[in-house]
Write a protein of this length. Structure first.
Length: 67
């Protein structure tokens, strides 16, 4: 599966790299929402994918903090 491979890649990253990835994903989500509001976004499912990726990143970050 694509998502499990993504999670495996996230688990190999350090806390700093994860926070950078989270910031980049949040910026992408903001841009996608802005494009959607101005009717410039063709693939609206990308918003859903980015939101799920943000949740995955946050989950891995929480798991690393607890470990």
């Amino acid at each position: 599966m694509k998502s499990s491979k993504y999670v495996d890649d996230l688990q190999k990253k350090t806390a700093g790299e994860l926070s950078e990835e989270l910031v980049a994903a949040k910026k992408e989500l903001f841009n996608l929402r802005f494009q959607n509001a101005t009717n410039q976004l063709d693939n609206t499912t990308r918003i859903k994918d980015v939101r799920k990726n943000i949740a995955r990143i946050q989950t891995v970050m929480t798991a690393k903090k607890e470990a």
